[in-house]
Design a protein around this ligand. Sequence first.
Ligand code: FES
Ligand code: FES
Length: 157
Amino acid sequence: MVKYEGKVVIALQVNGEAHEVAVRPSDLLLDVLREQLGLTAAKPGCLNGDCGACTIMLDGWPVKSCLMLAVEAEGHVVLTVEGLNGTAPIQKAFVDADAFQCGYCTSGFLMVCHALKTQNPLMPKENIIEEWLQSNLCRCTGYQEIRRAVRLMYEST
Ligand code: FES
Ligand code: FES
């Protein structure tokens, strides 16, 4: 980590590409992704860890990027919805299950569901799926369609 005019330069991998970005020690990972790297899929919602709209994947696990400083991501592997390239099974499953309405929560749900599949390649028990989905909030769908999308994701692969 190199110090530079009150900022530090961090190196991290985002969506398969190596990046070096100059950040303030207090910058949130969410803000650096959106404002410096132009990756706006992760959304600012509550900014206190409750809603999950800002969820990204870090080293294969879902992380709320509003709760993480960018400097903490140095040397780690970040994946955002942009890195799914429209080809992840959960993306088709969300469309097929009509699992979104306004869409504000969708990026976060896609990442938590994609992480669920990454960590549990075979369909987990219902209670495990419920536990993972509890990290994110949706104001529109009522969750049934999101649960259906998760099942479709597993059934399609
Ligand atoms: S914006 Fe991060 S959890 Fe709500
Ligand atoms: S689709 Fe609107 S908040 Fe989830």
